[in-house]
Design a binder for this molecule. Sequence first.
Ligand SMILES: [Zn+2]
Length: 291
Amino acid sequence: MDDWRIGNIRVTRILEMCDPLRTPSEWFPDCTDEALAQHLHWLKPRSISPATGRIILPIQSFLVRTGHHTILVDGCVGNDKTIADFPHWHRRNDGTFLERLASAGVAPEQIDYVLCTHLHVDHCGWNTRLVDGRWVPTFPNARYIMARRELEAAQTAYADADQPTYQENVLPIVEAGRAVLVDMDYELNDEVWLEPTPGHTPGHVAIGLRSQGIGAVFSGDLMHWPMQCIYPDWNFRYDTDPDQARRTRWAFLEACSDNGRIVMTSHFPLPSVGTISRRHSSFRFVDHQPP
Ligand SMILES: [Zn+2]
């Protein structure tokens, strides 16, 4: 089990999937063959599949146990969801996520808070599960913390095009009265808070942690691939505001290289956790294996 200590806070990875999905140029339009060729020696085999040339993308949540609360950061893809883009994400029937949560010693009823970095399909799937044809909160006692701005953007996207992710993963939480809508700099307490990091989505937040003088941050989807530390201007194809996404990424990388916080990414190759160091005119991601 992948487990980190941030002072008195325990962080445990709950991995749902880890598969090669798309080629670098499909996801990063600025990625050239020349740039890629310079880095393939370290990208393969952990980040790029030698067999297919596709980026291997972990889909994971992080379980955060403080002295006061049991918290889940993001909710992976989930079961039974309607997902057109990736056939093996569509209507899954897979016990892995809940089994891994159980082996970390946590039952769904014990989650006090679900913190949503944003409301995309691979981050809020386990918000809900299908029971007798109805979507219900998977974590019945949790308050689901969502940035108000993010929920509004998801509602607008849903109104424009029937969007199953909103209908299946978000709306049932709101209707069950479990959603808590907050500002993008909301503080849960002095150990856990949200940090505005818009660009990938309008209401995207990172999640900061601090205990006993040690800092960490969940970066959500403000970056998807360690190559974006070397080339912070490279956007992910689905960043909704490209200029804002670049500004957010540069500011985040500069701050993390200065303050040394441990960065817990959603999608970087496993272990997905590390620190940012400055190198020449940009940055490098330095992996931290679990102790
Ligand atoms: Zn994602």
